[in-house]
Unconditional design. Structure first.
Length: 113
């Protein structure tokens, strides 16, 4: 009986500790910059490059952990980016997604409100 409780206690302890980590993941209050841009979100969704604005919204929602509510295009350093607004439980985020390959460049709090 005791042997079966050890794995269960381990899972409970690690789950509790995971919630205590500060500053990791897209839910943090400061911005998160990816260098090089993170393609894992696009790959995980099965999205192949180049990406459309609708695909950029799906990638951004996955990356920020929320619902994409708006998208704009911009050019930065000669590179086409989608700037996606994502509503998360922790507030609104702005996610930059590269049009060329769906890579997430940056996630930061949206200060346009």
């Amino acid at each position: 009986m005791r042997l079966h409780m050890v794995p269960a206690l381990f899972l409970v302890a690690t789950s509790a500790l995971a919630g205590c980590q500060g500053g990791s993941g897209p839910s943090q209050s400061a911005g998160m910059k990816y260098d090089p841009p993170n393609r894992e979100f696009a790959t995980g969704l099965g999205i192949a490059p180049p990406v459309t604005s609708d695909q950029a919204m799906a990638i951004a929602a996955e990356a920020a952990g929320g619902t994409a509510v708006a998208v704009d295009q911009e050019t930065e350093g000669g590179e086409l980016l989608f700037e996606v607004k994502v509503q998360t439980p922790g507030g609104r985020k702005e996610v930059e997604v590269r049009a060329s390959d769906g890579g997430v460049v940056e996630i930061e709090p949206d200060d346009s409100d």
